[in-house]
Design a protein around this ligand. Structure first.
Ligand code: ATP
Ligand code: MG
Length: 289
């Protein structure tokens, strides 16, 4: 089935109201077995494209995952990227910043983890936390030791969106393609997943009381996400709002977007020059003796 990925793309300068974006869509797959087959088939198509990205060594691809707790970031990353060459992928999970990180500008810690040419970088959370969790909990800003004059509530978030857009545009001009996924889950689906994590002893480790505190601020987070998506989706570095109440649908959509993105990147295997061909012919002859 053709997945209508464009339906999930946030147009540049769109005013995003998340209630208008689905958290659930009709199943893309017919059965669990067919889902596994479809995902495997997509991953199989990704493999040669990843090899080409690596061999051509011109572009990097950065994939950013953001979501509320239990929306399925980890599982999506695990399933979509299983089967790719681990040497070509770099995954980073960003948690609360360290004292050293807080002593730098807010893009410093993620900038250091950007993928090299030829690689796929995966950010599980990212610099976007700086306009999401930090916006919902402005007291976190105080821990960032910014000069007083820069703490203007009216200006700071717009300034941060601009810094992010500028940085991403700069990366684009230097060969890094960026695609951003917001895994959009309903409040009720989060409730069910939290309950599962509490009831199943093997899932207990995934649950923390802090998740419950964030859940209480659901509307504040929603607003922060809406503003962030509205201000930072660009043609070059777009956001996709992925319906995430069904994990299998979400993974199929993500892998399809990935496939589209890699297919649209202009890549080619390095060309063999005439001089090198001659050299190799000589070596070949000596090997075939
Ligand atoms: P899971 O979905 O499995 O819970 P997670 O990504 O939520 O995974 P956790 O260890 O539970 O991982 O939480 C990491 C926490 O770090 C999140 O609450 C996130 O908001 C927070 N965090 C990430 N970046 C920043 C930042 N720059 N400033 C403050 N908090 C941050
Ligand atoms: Mg968490």
């Amino acid at each position: 089935m053709k997945i209508p990925t464009k339906k999930f793309l946030v147009p540049r300068r769109a005013k995003v109201e998340l209630k208008k974006w689905p958290t659930r869509i009709e199943d893309i797959y017919r059965s669990k077995g067919q889902y596994s087959k479809a995902l495997k088939a997509q991953v199989k198509e990704l493999v040669p494209l990843q090899r080409l990205l690596y061999a051509s060594n011109r572009h990097a691809l950065l994939l950013i995952f953001q979501a509320m707790d239990a929306a399925g970031k980890d599982g999506a990353i695990r399933h979509v990227f299983s089967g790719l060459d681990p040497q070509g992928c770099q995954v980073f999970s960003f948690k609360q910043p360290s004292a050293e990180e807080l002593d730098h500008d807010f893009l410093w810690r993620t900038y250091r983890c950007l993928p090299e040419r030829g690689r796929i970088g995966i950010f599980n959370r990212s610099h976007y936390e700086e306009v999401l969790v930090v916006r919902v909990h402005p007291e976190l800003l105080l821990g960032q030791h910014l000069p007083e004059a820069l703490l203007d509530e009216k200006a700071i978030w717009k300034d941060r969106y601009r810094s992010i857009r500028d940085m991403e545009a700069h990366l684009h001009r230097n060969g890094t393609k960026i695609v951003k996924f917001f895994l959009h889950q309903s409040r009720d689906e989060q409730r069910k997943r939290f309950l599962k994590r509490i009831k199943d002893p093997q899932k207990n480790w995934k649950f923390s009381a802090a998740d419950m505190e964030k859940r209480k601020l659901w509307d504040d987070y929603r607003r922060a996400y809406e503003e962030c998506l509205s201000h930072t989706s660009t043609k070059e570095s777009p956001w996709y709002v992925i319906p995430a109440d069904d994990k299998k649908n979400a993974r199929l959509i993500i892998s399809d977007i990935l496939l589209e993105t890699l297919s649209e990147m202009k890549m080619a295997y390095p060309r063999t020059t005439e001089k090198r061909r001659q050299e190799m012919n000589l070596i070949r002859k000596s090997l075939e003796k």
